[in-house]
Design a protein around this ligand. Sequence first.
Ligand code: PEP
Ligand code: MN
Length: 343
Amino acid sequence: MIVVLGSECSLRDKARVVRHIERNGGRLLLSEIGDETHIGLIGPEAQALVDDLASMPGVTEIREVALPYPQVSREHHPESSEVRVGDVRIGGEEVVVMAGPCSVEGASQLSLTGGGVASAGARMLRGGAFKPRSSPYSFQGLGEEGLVLLASVRAETGLPVVTEVVAPEDVELVGSYADMLQIGARNMQNFRLLSEVGAQARPVLLKRGISSTVEELLLAAEYVVSAGNPNVVLCERGIRTFETSTRNTFDVSAVPVLKQRSHLPVIVDPSHAAGERSLVPHLARSGVAAGADGVIVEVHNDPDSALSDGKQSLTLDGFASMMDELRAIAAAVGRHVAPARRE
Ligand code: PEP
Ligand code: MN
């Protein structure tokens, strides 16, 4: 429900309306749209307040709109949001590239890969310490030891770290090392985990579930935001379809759809969509062309010996050439990708 306060509504009348809603247990979202103030009413208390509000001075209209994800929707928040991770801003003019191995495997692997991606212009380091693997017999990650290595390569490279958290009870531990918490595709609807990352301060990278709709992704984001954390970045990483020639089907249309419906930044993960190294740069380029605010990509110093997702991991040289291509695409859509570092 949206309560519209007209341009003539005085500050005192606005305050009265807000107070009335809050005193009656309603939750609200305020936005200035043109010369009107819109108050979005959230939650079950909203309906009971309609009659009172309709008769209050300054209220010109009450619109019945069913917004299943009011806080992440553009409706109440027409400007795009930026999410800060250290000195990196996601959702601004820069297309932010996050890169690193699928899993943290050891000190030299992470340091070589982290150093390589930093030189080629990556702005954040990725790497899983807690790995949600389809098989219980696959490498499950180094756990806290992996987090320590991520923090040490952050110190070497200056790149903020994004890493996955798979269980509510690990949120505090992972947050004590990482700059951004990743919720993986398999956990997009783990609502306890979403509420837990919503109740802490680190920004969240929320990946689309393997068989989830755009609306379900936005509802998952609403869980995080409604628990108190507004810093959420959405990620299209491919969805399961009948097509088997790629690991998942990269839904490039999700990028403009999400940007239309939500003010949150949107990035793409071409690695888990493609499942195959040679396809990754193509998908990455299309994501940037479609308006993505960033790209998260798997890179390994020796992909053939990787303990997870080696087939889809770029070599360091492959990553550097993809970055050159992304710079050209970004420039064509009025954005930029950070330059390679001079050693
Ligand atoms: C990952 O980023 O390594 C990962 C497991 O991704 P997803 O959750 O998208 O499968
Ligand atoms: Mn992976």
